[in-house]
Design a protein around this ligand. Structure first.
Ligand code: ADP
Ligand code: MG
Length: 281
């Protein structure tokens, strides 16, 4: 599959502070790509560079097979959707009227408004003035706005950081649907469960560098210690190797009716990150 985003040797410095150091990655058309890292690792900086809100210092960025700096800003912004912490709304207008303005801007039918509001679980609130909304609800309006024109690429900077679990689940469903309809998603998060839930591939960013890039499954296998945990009758927990010897042990516990539960010890993405960098997320 071709790369819709191609980043080569990207470096970003703020005066003399280097924030991104020689970052390389490609995002395939149609995938959900996770850019993971702890606070301060350079996620927002990267997303702002990719959405032309910030200039990079050195390196090459190709999006839609064209250098980013050669894209016409207006047509570029019509092909992408953006949710970052500086996405603002018209506080005195209702949710509906906020989105209506953007329908005009994007030349999208206003019928789309109800569809996107349903995706973010705000349909029944559409007449509410934005000023009266909680932070999480505003976050969902901004997301709805980013979805209005069914962008080819959706850039999301920590999209669920202000949301409760129920709304997070709604957003995940909405994003999966959008992705199935063909939108490529570039998502930053410090939430490893979110990455497991949504991403086809993930990059681990640490101190401005990409430390790993692969599918969550490959990463789990690569870092797996190859053991399986068993809980036996009486609550005794033991660990066996994931090999022929271990299989024999498991089988004998089963035959004897001693086995209560069994689970593999594959590491989570969070475990892998800690192992790799020595720092927590
Ligand atoms: P993340 O989104 O992963 O938390 P950021 O991209 O916001 O990280 O920030 C990465 C680093 O760049 C941080 O050390 C931050 O302080 C610094 N930084 C971000 N924006 C600026 C700026 N405008 N001027 C100077 N330093 C900045
Ligand atoms: Mg950030």
């Amino acid at each position: 599959m071709e790369n819709i985003i191609e980043v080569r040797n990207l470096t970003k410095a703020f005066s003399n502070k280097i924030v991104l150091k020689d970052v390389n990655f490609g995002v395939k058309k149609g995938e959900t790509f996770g850019f993971l890292g702890p606070s301060g690792s350079g996620k927002t900086t990267t997303i702002k560079i990719l959405t032309s809100q910030l200039l990079h210092t050195t390196g090459e960025i190709n999006i839609f097979n064209q250098p980013l700096e050669k894209q016409k800003k207006h047509s570029y912004l019509r092909k992408v959707g953006i949710l970052t912490d500086n996405s603002t709304l018209y506080e005195r207008l209702s949710i509906y009227d906020n989105l209506l303005l953007y329908c005009k801007l994007y030349e999208v039918s206003k019928h789309r408004i109800d569809e996107v509001l349903k995706d973010v679980n705000l349909l029944k609130d559409k007449k509410t003035i934005v000023q009266k909304l909680s932070k999480g609800m505003k976050q969902r309006v901004v997301l709805a706005r980013a979805l209005l024109h069914k962008p080819e690429i959706l850039f999301l900077d920590e999209p669920t950081s202000a949301l409760d679990p129920v709304n997070t689940k709604h957003i995940y469903e909405g994003l999966r649907k959008l992705n199935q309809e063909g939108t490529t998603i570039f998502l930053t998060t410090h939430d490893m469960l979110e990455a497991e839930e949504l991403c086809d591939r993930v990059a681990f960013l640490h101190q401005g560098k990409i430390k790993l890039l692969d599918t969550p499954q490959n990463l789990r296998l690569q870092f797996s210690k190859g053991s399986i945990s068993l809980v036996l009758k009486g609550g005794n927990a033991i660990t066996v190797k994931n090999d022929a010897q271990g299989a024999k042990q498991i089988s004998s516990y089963m035959m004897n009716g001693e086995l209560l539960s069994i689970h593999s010890n594959e590491p989570t993405l969070g475990d892998i990150f800690v192992q790799l960098t020595g720092s927590e997320l």
